[in-house]
Design a protein around this ligand. Structure first.
Ligand code: CP
Length: 331
C-alpha cells in the first residue's frame, strides 16, 4: 500500500474539481485522498463545534434533511440531527417504529414517499445490508448510510479515523487492533476498509466463530488469541457483541467471553504504553471492555469518538449537498 496523497489545495489527484460521489454508501469505493479530504473538512467543524456559544454556519439554510432510521440509534441519529441543524438545515427524523412501515409499507414505497417530499439529503439506518443502496436508486437526492445490516457504517469509520489521526498523527504509521464480534459488525468492515486505505497495519482478533472466513482478502492479520494481537498496537478498538444479530449461540457466556477477549488493564498493558482505547458504543461493560479501562480518560477516546461524529457528519452533509446548493469546486 502506498502512502495516500493529500489533495492539492482544491483539486484531487484524478483532476476532478468536485467530489465524485453523489451518495455515501460505504467506505469501499472511496479513494484515500477522498477519505482524507472528508477528514480535513471535518477538522474545520471540530473547531467550530468547540468555539463556544455560536456553533452555527448557515450554509445549508433552506435545505431539508430526513433522517430515516429503521433501527435504534443514539449517537448516529442525534449527531446527524445536530450536524444538520448546526449547518442551518431543516432536519426531520423518521423513526420506523412510529411510521407506516409498521402498517406494512415497503422499503421502496417508503423511499418514494420521502423523495416526493423533496428532501435534499436522506440519512438512512436499516437492518438489512444493501437497503441504503436500494433506496439511493429510488430517490433524487444524496443518501448517506448511517449503518446497513452487517454491511457498512461509513461515518463511524470516518469519525474513528479522525479521532485516531488527531491523537496519533498520520494513520499510515500505525498498528490498529480491532477485537470482538467482527462477523456481525458493519463498524469493523468500514474501519478495515478505511484504515487499510490510509495505510495502517490492521489486526483483527476474536473468537473464531465471530471472525468471517474471508478476512485475509482485506489484507488484515487475524488472531483467535487476543493477547497475541496486542503487542505493538497503537490503537485497540473494541467491538460490541451484537446479540440482536446472532442467530444461535456464538459465545459460551458473557463471563467467559470477557475472560478471553475483554479489554481489562492487564491485557491493555500488552499493547504500546500509550495505546489508545476505542469503542463505537453502545458498550457492554464487563463483557467486551472493563469499566475502569473505558472510563480512563488518559487512554480512552470513546467520548472523543462521539464528539468527532458531529464534525464528520457536518463535513459529509456539506460535501454531498454542494450540488444542490450550486457550490462549485470543493469548498
Ligand atoms: N456507534 C453507533 O452507531 O451508535 P448508535 O447505534 O447509538 O448510533
Amino acid at each position: 500500500m502506498t502512502s495516500p496523497e493529500k489533495p492539492q489545495a482544491d483539486r484531487f489527484p484524478n483532476g476532478s474539481d468536485a467530489f465524485p460521489h453523489k451518495h455515501l454508501l460505504g467506505i469501499s469505493g472511496l479513494q484515500p485522498w477522498e477519505i482524507l479530504y472528508i477528514l480535513d473538512q471535518a477538522e474545520e467543524w471540530v473547531a467550530l463545534n468547540r468555539s463556544g456559544a455560536s456553533k452555527h454556519d448557515d450554509r445549508l439554510a433552506g435545505l431539508t434533511i430526513i433522517n430515516a432510521f429503521f433501527e435504534n440509534s443514539t449517537r448516529t441519529l442525534l449527531s446527524f440531527e445536530i450536524a444538520g441543524k448546526r449547518l442551518g438545515a431543516d432536519v426531520v427524523n423518521m423513526h420506523a417504529a412510529q411510521s407506516s412501515v409498521k402498517k406494512g409499507e415497503t422499503l421502496i414505497d417508503t423511499a418514494v414517499t420521502l423523495n416526493a417530499m423533496r428532501a435534499d439529503a436522506i440519512v438512512i439506518r436499516h437492518g438489512s445490508s444493501g437497503a441504503v443502496q436500494l433506496i439511493s436508486e429510488k430517490v433524487d437526492c444524496p443518501c448517506l448510510n448511517a449503518g446497513d445490516g452487517q454491511h457498512e457504517h461509513p461515518t463511524q469509520a470516518l469519525l474513528d479515523a479522525l479521532t485516531i489521526q488527531r491523537r496519533k498523527g498520520p494513520i499510515e504509521r500505525l498498528t490498529i487492533t480491532i477485537c470482538g464480534d467482527v462477523l456481525h459488525s458493519r463498524v469493523a468492515r468500514s474501519n478495515i476498509f478505511c484504515l487499510k486505505q490510509l495505510g495502517a497495519e490492521v489486526r483483527v482478533a476474536g473468537p473464531p466463530a465471530l471472525l468471517p472466513d474471508a478476512l485475509d482478502r482485506f489484507g488484515v492479520e487475524t488472531f483467535s488469541n487476543f493477547e497475541e494481537a496486542l503487542p505493538g498496537s497503537d490503537v485497540v478498538m473494541m467491538l460490541r457483541l451484537q446479540n440482536e444479530r446472532m442467530n444461535g449461540d456464538f459465545i459460551p457466556s458473557p463471563r467467559e467471553y470477557f475472560h478471553l477477549y475483554g479489554l481489562e488493564e492487564a491485557r491493555l498493558a500488552l499493547a504500546r504504553p500509550d495505546a489508545l482505547v476505542m469503542h463505537p458504543g453502545p458498550m457492554n461493560r464487563g463483557v467486551e471492555i472493563a469499566s475502569n479501562v473505558a472510563d480512563n480518560l488518559d487512554r480512552s477516546a470513546i467520548n472523543e469518538q462521539v464528539e468527532m461524529g458531529v464534525a464528520v457528519r457536518m463535513a459529509c452533509l456539506d460535501i454531498l449537498t454542494r450540488k444542490a446548493r450550486r457550490v462549485e469546486g470543493w469548498s
